[in-house]
Design a protein around this ligand. Structure first.
Ligand code: ATP
Length: 242
């Protein structure tokens, strides 16, 4: 990771830039970093606020040797890496399936995985990571739902250190995935998550499902037991979890 780094003072979206670079043949492990994103992206067309110098706004180009259906595993790897890296800085955070890192219910970091694949193979995967590091004040809309390392620790945190910790953890768990040791990632994920065991509502494009999230499966899909006892398997794609 990071043999090649593209660094920007300001950019629309690191994921969008990464996609263009990936199509142009940039290698596995290329990093795109920006001090600020003017059009930072969340899932399902949402926005990710990325103010100047306050966070880690990065994307990685990955060319994994996985089948397309296995790609969601990479989001789990990134979530574990993100949680572990922030925990190193004394933050007792947890993973909310599939792509958020929370501290006391507030969002500290988010992950946006975008996949380009044919039926039987992956072209590339872009993993975007946003970690709120030194944000002192969020916008009115985010104030009650977002937090930062600064707000939790009540002191500035060295972004470089958090970045290095994240990259080290990501490399470690990604190599597990590549070696066929995804069980180890799942174990860590389960130890760090705050979704399993909870009553959840899944809001999809066409339907809503309510029940208890009781596990995730080998591919990272969430398993929900509904009130009638039946089990639904939820892929992370386009759903919201409440
Ligand atoms: P859901 O909770 O419905 O599954 P999500 O939490 O996965 O959605 P994303 O699409 O990953 O949401 O992230 C976008 C949302 O995160 C925005 O709609 C906004 O509410 C919130 N958000 C935007 N910028 C930030 C930020 N810097 N820190 C924390 N939260 C943010």
């Amino acid at each position: 990771l990071g043999n090649k780094i593209y660094y920007y003072e300001s950019i629309g979206s690191t994921n969008e830039k990464a996609k263009i670079l990936a199509v142009n043949g940039e290698p596995h492990g290329t990093l795109i970093l920006s001090e600020k994103q003017t059009m930072g992206k969340g899932r399902i067309g949402r926005k990710w606020e990325s103010p100047k110098n306050e966070g880690i706004w990065l994307s990685m180009i990955l060319r994994p040797n996985l089948s397309p259906e296995e790609a969601p595993k990479i989001t789990l790897v990134a979530a574990v890496a993100c949680a572990k890296a922030t925990r190193k800085h004394g933050i007792n955070c947890a993973i909310k399936w599939p792509n958020d890192i929370l501290y006391e219910g507030k969002k500290l970091a988010g992950i946006l995985t975008e996949i380009s694949a044919e039926i039987d193979r992956i072209n590339h995967v872009i993993v975007g990571v946003g970690i709120n590091v030194n944000t002192k004040k969020f916008s009115v809309e985010l104030e009650s739902i977002a937090t930062s390392l600064y707000l939790i620790k009540k002191e500035p945190v060295d972004r470089k250190k958090v970045l290095i910790d994240f990259l080290k953890e990501f490399e470690y768990f990604y190599s597990k995935l590549e070696k066929g040791e995804f069980q180890d990632v799942l174990k860590e994920w389960k130890a760090l998550n705050c979704t399993i065991g909870r009553n959840v509502k899944i809001i999809g494009k066409t339907k809503e499902i309510e029940g208890i999230a009781f596990d995730i499966d080998e591919l990272g899909a969430l398993l929900i037991r509904k009130n009638d006892g039946s089990v639904e398997r939820i892929l992370s794609g386009d759903v919201s979890l409440r």
